[in-house]
Design a protein around this ligand. Structure first.
Ligand code: BGC
Length: 431
């Protein structure tokens, strides 16, 4: 039932007394374990991840990226304040990434300082009563992994599994949920958008230039390799899962997937069906304890590609249609294809106009509540992102954050949307 309909029934005396009470019990069920949080990725916020492959890719010419990540949000030094801020706003969950290159800057060389850094981050989460959702690979890998071909090299697949087991040994007691790979299916979504072909020559030139700079002819940054590393990534995920279980991980482990919520253009759903199968089947068939859903938009799909947003559509700073309802569509789509528990591990909007972010949040959370009311096993809503941060090729222009960063001082400036979503989190829903 729509909230609007619910309110109109509730305003009649008979409805309030008879029909509404059971409906209310169903929709307002207390969910103390539901995760309400924000998400970030190590490379996008920590700053100075110089041992990672993307640092190399950022420094080739001609540049692929609008800005260099540089100091990013300096989360590396400021995580304590950020976690305290997120907790004080009302969130119970903090999703962050562990940068593999900080733990293993060269093949087989383990940094105890790197491990102890992430232990401090996790302890800070615990001190503030925040559940820690950890991403083990959020688009970046150590340089030495890219240097030998990324996940096309079986030695790197094994190294990732060993790294994940190491994380369980050193940090597992403080982890609530772990994502092995963030959006490993993104290249498929990008292919359907028509952008892969457009950018392919530039990306290939940049990969080649990075290989020359590193004296590594096999160089391939997984994030920019299109769909070519998929087999290796599935193998790395599966082996990591196995290694983590052998290391006695006591938390759920899964993949998070990019899932736009689309519709068929012109009533012909053949393209839509193919796109959904392309972007989901192989990943939902991979082993795991849950599925992470990451949705920003949705649009119409034609026979072979996405259609551009219709003229007059409100678009975000990313050029996506402004679609708060997309997350509900994505949750429902995945729920028909898996029995695993679901988490929204990313959802958000890039805008300078924070009132549109608030509208987006309200629309998204209303959809989440409808899914819960329908009995879908959804266990969390994690918003992208706590901070305005480095948005990959788009640099620092898109503003996804609930909190702005003052240039140079790195001072955190919470926006009205931070308080708005924080209150929803504290209340456990729109109320
Ligand atoms: C990624 C994030 C990214 C966000 C917004 C997701 O695809 O996981 O790293 O910043 O979308 O574009």
């Amino acid at each position: 039932m729509e909230r609007r309909d619910f309110l109109s029934i509730a305003s009649t005396a008979a409805g309030a007394a008879l029909m509404v009470a059971p409906a209310m019990a169903a929709t307002k069920k207390k969910r103390p374990d539901f995760l309400w949080g924000t998400a970030g990725a190590a490379y996008q916020v920590e700053g100075g991840n110089i041992a990672s492959d993307l640092w190399v890719m950022e420094h080739v010419t001609p540049p692929l990226f609008a800005d260099k990540s540089g100091d990013a949000c300096d989360v590396y030094h400021r995580y304590e304040g950020d976690i305290a801020l997120a907790a004080s706003l009302g969130f119970n969950t903090h999703r962050f990434g562990i940068e593999w290159a900080r733990i293993e800057p060269e093949r087989g060389q383990i940094s105890d300082a790197g491990l102890s850094y992430y232990r401090s981050v996790l302890e800070t989460c615990r001190r503030h009563g925040m559940k820690a959702v950890v991403t083990l690979s959020h688009f970046t890998v150590p340089r030495w992994v890219a240097a030998t071909g990324g996940f096309t090299d079986p030695a790197n697949v094994r190294a990732f599994a060993a790294h994940c087991a190491r994380i369980v040994d050193a940090l597992g007691d403080l982890i609530h949920l772990a994502i092995t790979f963030n959006e490993p299916n993104l290249a498929t979504v990008v292919r359907w958008s028509g952008l892969s072909e457009k950018y392919r020559p530039y990306i290939e030139a940049a990969q080649k230039a990075a290989g020359v700079a590193q004296n590594a002819p096999a160089w391939s940054s997984p994030m920019l390799a299109g769909e070519r590393q998929y087999d290796g990534i599935v193998a790395a995920h599966s082996k990591a899962l196995e290694a983590m279980r052998t290391a006695k991980a006591r938390f759920p482990i899964g993949l998070s997937l990019a899932i736009p919520a689309d519709t068929a253009a012109g009533g012909d759903d053949r393209g839509l069906k193919r796109k959904q199968a392309d972007m989901l089947d192989r990943w939902l068939a991979a082993p795991g304890d849950f599925v992470g859903i990451q949705t920003y938009t949705g649009g119409e799909v034609g026979p072979d590609a996405d259609m551009p947003p219709a003229p007059g559509t409100e678009v975000t700073q990313m050029g996506y249609a402004f679609t708060p309802a997309a997350i509900e569509g994505a949750i429902r789509l995945v729920a028909t294809r898996t029995d695993r528990p679901l988490y929204v591990t990313e959802n958000g909007v890039a805008t300078e106009d924070d009132s549109r972010r608030i509208a987006y949040i309200d629309g998204a959370v209303a959809g989440v509540e409808r899914c819960l009311a329908d009995g879908i096993d959804l266990r969390g809503y994690i918003h992208w992102s706590l901070l305005d941060n480095w948005e990959w090729v788009a640099g620092y222009r898109p503003k996804f954050g609930l909190v702005a960063i003052e240039p140079k001082t790195f001072r955190r400036l919470p926006k009205p949307s931070a308080h708005h979503l924080g209150k929803i989190a504290k209340r456990g829903g729109l109320g």
